[in-house]
Design a protein around this ligand. Structure first.
Ligand SMILES: [Zn+2]
Length: 248
């Protein structure tokens, strides 16, 4: 079957970000270090090339910390990052903010639960985006539990408000979106989750591609998908309660 709807499953941040507090408790200095760290992971994992991609986090004071434009995400230093306000105007930093900041800000505006956004050009998932194929088939149980489905947004020119608006109808329901003829954007309650969602999309795209190569896709039944959705809702509710109690 083909899937609709998204997912909001969280990874356990306390295990991933060793020694660091939850997103809301982190200092700007810690956020800078984490963006540099995950930028390196994006680059080392082949999810971006050259100066591709951008990362951002929501700061406690309502501003946003983002990566600079025209710089390798594998070579950034904490001081290269840029702080912008809710309209994308630079507040501080010696470099210019990412050209895709409008897309990040649209997601933050529409998703108060999101504190981090990652944009990359992972080759297999971007191949699907360039072929005009959404990653929305019920091929893997884990993907249904974590991401639900990964829809395809219409093409618009990178770096424009139009691109941000093309994502608008999909942002509320999805933590990962393919952008036609361009790449992928993911988000999460913190940078670890947003980054993991990017890895997951690319991994799923590789699996989906193998099913194409094998010439057969054996999708899960509606009944099995419903059971997986129940699991996702249980995790989601558990994490919401844990977050409300300050346990995440
Ligand atoms: Zn891009």
């Amino acid at each position: 079957m083909t899937l609709s709807g998204g997912g909001n499953l969280r990874y356990d941040t306390s295990k991933g970000l060793k020694g660091l507090p939850s997103h809301g408790m982190m200092t700007e200095h810690q956020h800078r270090d984490e963006i540099v760290r995950f930028g390196k992971l994006l680059h080392q994992g082949g999810l971006v090339a050259a100066t591709d991609g951008n990362l951002s986090v929501r700061l406690e004071n309502g501003h946003f910390l983002c990566t600079p434009t025209v710089m390798s995400k594998g070579l950034m230093e904490p001081e290269d990052l840029v702080v912008v306000d809710e309209r994308g105007n630079k507040v501080s930093g010696s470099r210019d903010a990412s050209s895709e900041i409008a897309m990040h800000l649209l997601i933050y505006r529409r998703r108060p639960d999101v504190n981090a956004v990652v944009h990359a050009h992972p080759p297999t998932a971007t191949g699907y985006a360039a072929a005009g194929i959404a990653l929305d088939r019920a091929l893997c149980s884990e993907i249904i539990v974590t991401l639900g489905s990964v829809p395809l947004a219409n093409y618009e020119t990178p770096g424009t408000q139009e691109l941000a608006e093309a994502l608008a109808p999909l942002v509320a329901e999805h933590d990962a979106i393919l952008m036609a003829n361009h790449g992928v954007v993911t988000c999460g309650p913190d940078l670890l989750n947003a980054y993991m969602n990017m890895e997951t999309v690319e991994h799923f795209a590789k699996i989906a591609l193998v099913t194409h190569l094998l010439g057969k896709q054996q999708t899960l039944s509606d009944q099995h998908v419903d059971k997986l959705r129940e699991i996702r809702m249980k995790y989601h509710n558990h994490n919401q309660v844990a977050a409300a109690q300050g346990k995440d």
